[in-house]
Ligand binder design. Structure first.
Ligand SMILES: [Zn+2]
Length: 434
C-alpha cells in the first residue's frame, strides 16, 4: 500500500522547470531587488497575485522555516512549491500582503484575517488574507476569490444528466431543505453558489447568512455572521425570516441550534439551503439526527441531499489510455468492480504544468427523498439499510459517479483513491444485495 502511494506521489510531483514558474521566479526576484531600492511593496504583491491567478492557484502560502520563507501555491487542490526566500525578503512580502488587507504590520500574536482586492486588467480579484504566529515566524495564507469560482452554472459542476434534472426539479419545487454534504474543500460553497444563481434567475427573494461572505452576488441579500456582536448563524437565520424571503441560505449547519432554526424555516414553507459535514448522502441523515432532530422532523423537511467530492480533471492534451496498473486492478477488485484492460492515466505536458491534470470537477451523489424513503427514516432505519435501498432503486453513489468519470477519461483511479472515504462501499456484493 505504502509503495503504491509513493508511485502516486511521483506522478503528482510538480515540475519546477515549467516556463511559467521559472518566469515567475525571475519576476519576483527582480521585484524584490528593486524593492530594496524603494519600489512599493504593492507592485510585488500585484505581480505575485497575478502569477498565482494565471497558474490557476486557489491559495498562496508563505511558510516560515529555519532558513527563511517557502512560497507555495495550491493548484487543483495540491500544494506546489514555487520558491524559497531569505528571511528578510519573506518577512517583507508577508508585511506587504498584510498591509494590503489592512492588517497591523507587527507580527500577529493571535490569528488574524482580512480582505483585499487587486485589479487584474479590468477585473477585480478578491483576496482573503489570514496570518497566524508559528514557532518559526509568522505564517500567511492568501485565498484567491476569482469571479469565475462563484459564477459556475449548475450545468458546469459535473452533475450527470439524471442528477442535474433531479436538482433542477427540486429547485423548481422550492420547498423543504436542500443540503450539500462533504468534507472541507469538497466544493460545497461553489455548488451552493451555483444553486443560488439558478434560484435567483427564477425571480425568488433570497437571503443568505454566511461566514464569511465569499462573494457578493447582485440581486441577493447577503448577511455576514458576526459572532462578537451576537450575530450567529442561528440568530441571523431567525432574523431573516422576518424579511419575507422565499429562500434562505445558511453557509453551514454546524450545531444543534442552527439545525433547529433550519427546521423552522423549512416547516414554514420556505426553501432552506445549507451545507454540512457528512461522508455521503445517507450519512447526512445521521448528522441531522446527531443535531437532535427527530426522525419525523427529518422525514418531513429534507427534500434533496447532494454529497460532493472534488477530483482533478485529466489534462486533455496529454492523458493516455494505458494498461491497468496492478494496484488499480486490485483496488477495483476490492471494490467489487469490473477491471478493464486499460485505464486513463495522467502524463504531464507544458499545458498542465507537467502535473497531468488541469482544473477540477465534482463527483456527486444526489438523493431526492421519495415517500418510501421518508418512511424508512421515520422508522429509524440505519445507514446500511438505507444505502442498500438507494442502490437497489438505481441511485448512483459517489463511487459509481466517479468510476463513470474515470471510464470517460475525465479523471483517474489515482484521483478517486486520493479523495478517499469509500471504505464503506468496499465489501464486494454490498451494493447489490438486500
Ligand atoms: Zn497535460
Amino acid at each position: 500500500m505504502a509503495l503504491e502511494g509513493l508511485t502516486d506521489m511521483k506522478r503528482r510531483e510538480p515540475d519546477t522547470q515549467t516556463p511559467l514558474l521559472a518566469r515567475l521566479l525571475q519576476e519576483v526576484l527582480a521585484l524584490l531587488e528593486q524593492q530594496d531600492q524603494g519600489t512599493r511593496g504593492g507592485d510585488l504583491v500585484q505581480a505575485l497575485v497575478q502569477d498565482a491567478h494565471r497558474e490557476r492557484a486557489s491559495d498562496i502560502h508563505l511558510d516560515p522555516d529555519s532558513s527563511g520563507y517557502r512560497l507555495q501555491f495550491r493548484i487543483d487542490g495540491v500544494i506546489v512549491p514555487v520558491l524559497s526566500l531569505p528571511k528578510d525578503q519573506g518577512t517583507r512580502l508577508v508585511r506587504s500582503l498584510k498591509s494590503l488587507a489592512d492588517l497591523e504590520p507587527a507580527a500577529a500574536r493571535v490569528p488574524r484575517d482580512g480582505r483585499a482586492h487587486v485589479m487584474l486588467g479590468d477585473r477585480s480579484l478578491g483576496l482573503r488574507v489570514a496570518t497566524a504566529p508559528a514557532v518559526s515566524g509568522e505564517k500567511l495564507a492568501v485565498r484567491l476569490l476569482p469571479h469565475e469560482l462563484f459564477h459556475l452554472g449548475l450545468d458546469e459542476l459535473g452533475l450527470s444528466p439524471q442528477d442535474y434534472a433531479l436538482v433542477c426539479q427540486s429547485l423548481q419545487d422550492a420547498r423543504g431543505m436542500i443540503l450539500l454534504s462533504g468534507p472541507t474543500g469538497s466544493g460545497k460553497t461553489t455548488a451552493l453558489y451555483a444553486l443560488l444563481h439558478e434560484l435567483r434567475d427564477t425571480g425568488r427573494s433570497i437571503v443568505t447568512i454566511e461566514d464569511p461572505v465569499e462573494y457578493i452576488i447582485d440581486g441577493i441579500t447577503q448577511i455576514q455572521v458576526q459572532k462578537r456582536q451576537g450575530l450567529t448563524f442561528a440568530e441571523g437565520a431567525r432574523g431573516i425570516l422576518r424579511l419575507d424571503p422565499d429562500a434562505i441560505l445558511m453557509g453551514e449547519l454546524r450545531e444543534a441550534e442552527s439545525a433547529r432554526v433550519a427546521l423552522d424555516i423549512a416547516d414554514t414553507g420556505h426553501l432552506f439551503l445549507s451545507s454540512l459535514h457528512a461522508r455521503d448522502a445517507v450519512a447526512t441523515i445521521s448528522a441531522l439526527r446527531n443535531f437532535g432532530l427527530a426522525d419525523f422532523e427529518i422525514a418531513a423537511s429534507v427534500d434533496l441531499i447532494i454529497a460532493e467530492r472534488l477530483v482533478r480533471r485529466l489534462c486533455r492534451k496529454c492523458r493516455r489510455l494505458e494498461r491497468t496498473d496492478d494496484w488499480e486492478s486490485r483496488w477495483l477488485e476490492q471494490l467489487g468492480q469490473p477491471v478493464p484492460k486499460e485505464c486513463w492515466h495522467a502524463v504531464g505536458c507544458p499545458e498542465c504544468s507537467r502535473t497531468g491534470y488541469r482544473g477540477r470537477i465534482g463527483i456527486f451523489e444526489v438523493w431526492r427523498l421519495n415517500e418510501e424513503e421518508a418512511d424508512l427514516i421515520l422508522r429509524h432505519t440505519d445507514e446500511h439499510t438505507l444505502r442498500r435501498r438507494l442502490r437497489k432503486r438505481g441511485m448512483s453513489s459517489l463511487l459509481e459517479d466517479d468510476l463513470a468519470k474515470v471510464g470517460e477519461g475525465v479523471t483517474t483511479l489515482a484521483e478517486l483513491r486520493s479523495v478517499g472515504g469509500f471504505g464503506f462501499y468496499d465489501a464486494p456484493g454490498n451494493r447489490h444485495d438486500g
